[in-house]
Design a protein around this ligand. Structure first.
Ligand code: NDP
Length: 444
């Protein structure tokens, strides 16, 4: 493989898809060496077959708002690669959603799912529909209209969607309800379902908790205790909330949370009581983080990200490219010792370069946030067995999966000295499993 040629070709064939190009470049950049050690991969043109999704569904979603207006959004599902199991990956509902973003997410998901050790391929989907400001009835009608188009192409052994930005338990439940009606089956073709109808305990917590379990493993390699560490989190959705919950439980101090309008800064630390208020504001009233600051006399900075506040550990948990090179330099200058990504691709390539040059502990999302999809995999297992595991059982399995992912990163990412390049480790480990599975199954 000649990396630059592959990238140039993808850019020519799929122009205007910068996030997709960015994700591909990051992975190919770290697997080039191991890829070139296997001439059989090149002969099978593995690289193109791995970068280009198996198929993409795109469709119009028509729904009616509360005032009777007919609305139209785009819907998508990317089935990227199913070499190791059914396509698996969340749905994102956000006004920014386009093919580039979903293709990057589906590509990343393929390697992430491979790392979990569970039999899941990679996929992703969503819509440019924004749930922000919509009534519950509008959200339900949208979810139903979306599934009316998509239901034929998903199923428990073909493609199993879940949540992502803008898609939580409420949206999954509406989509699953419509899916069941159309498909006339009850086999769990969605994960992140409610606990009463096939959901798994710990699934809501899994991405945030998993990120902290991964962080603990990284800290262990340098004998650092999490207790008392000052932590900065971005976002205030599912991932951010449970990242904060686990950190608080472990005695760390969470000083920031954010949404797309700005961030809050609490030097005394967001404790359990404050987090409960924020969770109620976000999950029940669907409010803005600004409202918390106004009601609880806390600093709020509009239109900014939290990376300028001094912290020991940064946990980006909102969206892609939310830490740029300058943010990364600021974090390092302020003494940050670790960055563990809850979001997908939150650090730009420039930012990653800064973290790696400074040799801090840096975990890419495809490793550190894999706990969410791993627990989705556990939900699929429970659905197939028609059984429910206890909270402790699922949490223990999640912990050991995150430890295993960390061990794979160390195995493939160890560089001179004792430095672990987690980007390389995650990419090589994730890639090799998918590559072997594809080779074994022939040219399909
Ligand atoms: P939520 O919708 O629950 O929360 C997203 C949070 O990020 C909100 O606070 C939102 O603010 C903020 N946000 C979204 N878009 C932007 C933006 N463009 N700029 C600034 N802030 C933004 O989503 P999740 O918590 O589920 O997902 C967060 C990240 O974690 C995503 O990158 C997702 O892909 C990743 N992830 C999620 C998993 C899961 O299990 N849910 C699994 C693995 C990764 P606002 O309310 O203003 O939009």
């Amino acid at each position: 493989m000649k990396l630059q040629e592959v990238l140039n070709d993808l850019e020519r064939r799929f122009p205007n898809e910068p996030e997709y190009h960015q994700a591909v470049e990051e992975v190919l950049g770290s697997i080039e060496e191991v890829y070139n050690q296997h001439p059989e991969f090149e002969k099978a043109n593995l690289i193109e077959r791995l970068c280009i999704p198996d198929r993409i569904f795109s469709f119009r979603v028509t729904w009616i708002d509360d005032k009777g207006n007919v609305k139209v959004n785009m819907g998508y599902r990317i089935q990227h690669n199913n070499a190791i199991g059914p396509y698996k990956g969340g749905m994102r509902f956000h006004s920014s959603v386009n093919l580039s973003i979903l293709k990057f997410l589906a590509f990343e998901q393929t390697f992430k799912n491979s790392l979990t050790t569970l039999p899941m391929g990679g996929g992703k989907g969503g819509s440019d529909f924004s749930p922000r400001g919509k009534s519950t009835a509008e959200i339900m009608r949208f979810c139903q209209a979306f599934i009316l188009e998509l239901w034929r192409y998903i199923g428990p052994d073909t493609d199993v969607p879940a949540g992502d930005i803008g898609v939580g338990g409420r949206e999954v439940a509406y989509m699953y309800g419509m899916y069941k009606k159309l498909a006339r089956e009850n086999t769990g073709t969605f994960t992140g379902k409610g606990i009463e109808f096939g959901g798994s305990l710990i699934r809501p917590e899994a991405t945030g908790y998993g990120n902290i379990y991964f962080l603990l493993e990284m800290l262990k390699t340098r004998n650092i205790d999490i207790k008392g560490k000052i932590c900065s989190i971005s976002g205030s959705g599912n991932v951010a909330q449970y990242t904060a919950e686990k950190l608080i439980e472990l005695g760390a101090k969470v000083i920031t949370l954010s949404d797309s309008d700005g961030y809050i800064y609490d030097p005394d630390g967001i404790d359990r009581k404050k987090l409960d208020i924020i969770m109620e504001l976000k999950n029940l009233y669907r409010g803005r983080i600004r409202e918390y600051a106004e009601q609880h006399n806390c600093k709020y900075v509009a239109g900014a990200r939290p990376w300028g506040e001094k912290c020991d550990i940064a946990l980006p948990s909102a969206t892609q490219n939310e830490i740029d090179e300058d943010d990364a330099k600021t974090l390092i200058a302020n003494g940050c010792i670790a960055v563990s990504e809850g979001a997908n691709m939150p650090s730009t390539p420039g930012a990653i370069g800064v973290f790696q040059k400074a040799k801090i502990l840096y975990a890419p999302g495809k490793a550190s946030n894999a706990g969410g999809v791993a627990t989705s995999g556990l939900e699929m297992t429970q659905n197939s067995m028609r059984l429910n595991w206890s909270r402790e059982e699922v949490d223990d399995k999640l912990k050991s999966i995150m430890q295993n992912i960390h061990a794979q990163c160390v195995k493939y990412g160890k560089e001179s000295g004792s430095y672990v390049n987690y980007v390389k480790g995650a990419n090589v480990a994730g890639f090799m499993k998918v590559a072997r599975a594809m080779m074994a199954q022939g040219i399909v």
